[in-house]
Each structure stands twice: as C-alpha cells, then as structure tokens.
Design a protein around this ligand. Structure first.
Ligand code: IDP
Ligand code: MG
Length: 160
C-alpha cells in the first residue's frame, strides 16, 4: 500500500557492512551473518571480493590524514572481504551497537568486536556510521542490479 511505501522511505535504511580480511581468514563470516539475520534485519546484497587499494582509499577518504591510513588500506586489501547490505528499521544505528566500539578493547562482550577480536588494527568488521555514509559506501561497492528488494515472509512478526 501507499502507506507502507512511505514508511519504508522514511524510517527504513540500508547499511553497508564488510567482514574484513581477518574476519574471513578467521572463519567468522557465518557467525556475523547469523547475528544480523537473527536480529531481524534483511540481507539485500552480499559478495566476496578482493578490494583494490584505490577503492579502499575512497572508502576511507575521511581518514586520509590519519597516521594509520596507509596501514589500514594495506590491511583491508590483504585478502578477500565479504561486502553486505542489510536493511531494517534504524539498522545503521543498531548495527553500530552490534559491532561495538572501534577499539575491541573498549567493546563490551556480546558485541562482535567485543567477542571476536583484540586490536583496533584487526577489528574484523566495518559498519557505516550514518545513513549518509551508508548510501555513499553502498554506491561505491555495489551496482544497482546487485541489490535485491524482496518480500520477507516474517516481516509482520518483526514489525508491528
Ligand atoms: P569504525 O570502523 O569503528 O567506524 P573509524 O574511526 O572509522 O572506526 O576507523 C576505520 C578503521 O580504521 C577502524 O575500524 C580500524 O580498523 C582502523 N583504525 C581506527 N583507528 C585506528 C588506530 O588508532 N590504529 C590503527 N587502526 C585504526
Ligand atoms: Mg568508520
């Protein structure tokens, strides 16, 4: 219905996430997908890819002045990553909570970074920090026909 469409446009957002090279190496892909699936978010795009340094420099453009920028680009291009787009109510904000803090040492147990990693330079997962950066990141990593709008049969058991 028209009402439903307006609702989708105003309160539903997409978030871009990637399991970083260490997350893939450490066999955490399934665990990470499982957490977002069980939460109730909808997977609308996913692929395994080797990121180029050029793409990563664009992705992390806002950090270009940081002393760790070159190391970050090197780390992120050191092996395949799993890029994903998830959709749901306030998904950007909620996903950041599910990830934990940037530094795993500051992340609470129960968060992905709190449970599965130790150092900030190997923190296994990326998640967009705002709806605006999510849109920018999704368009950087995904083509239109790689994203899928599909009807979730459990939707009415997730949203009131
Ligand atoms: P975020 O991933 O939690 O959004 P950002 O500040 O956007 O954190 O930094 C992007 C990534 O850069 C972090 O996830 C981490 O991998 C890396 N990073 C951030 N701060 C440091 C640092 O002090 N040393 C090394 N790497 C860092
Ligand atoms: Mg960030």
């Amino acid at each position: 219905t028209a009402k439903m469409i307006i609702l989708c446009l105003t309160i539903f957002a997409n978030v871009f996430k990637t399991v970083k090279p260490d997350g893939v190496q450490r066999k955490l892909v399934g665990e990470i997908i499982r957490r977002f699936e069980r939460k109730g978010f909808k997977l609308v795009g996913m692929k395994l890819l080797q990121a180029s340094e050029e793409q990563l420099r664009q992705h992390y453009w806002d950090l270009r002045e940081k002393p760790f920028y070159n190391g970050l680009v090197k780390y992120m291009s050191s092996g395949p990553i799993v890029a994903m787009v998830w959709q749901g109510l306030d998904v950007v904000k909620t996903a950041r909570k599910m990830l934990g803090e940037t530094n795993p040492a500051d992340s609470l147990p129960g968060t992905i970074r709190g449970d599965y990693c130790v150092e900030v330079g190997r923190n296994v997962i990326h998640g967009s920090d705002s709806v605006q950066s999510a849109q920018r990141e999704i368009s950087l990593w995904f083509k239109h026909d790689e994203l899928f709008c599909w009807e979730e049969c459990s939707e009415h058991w997730i949203y009131a």
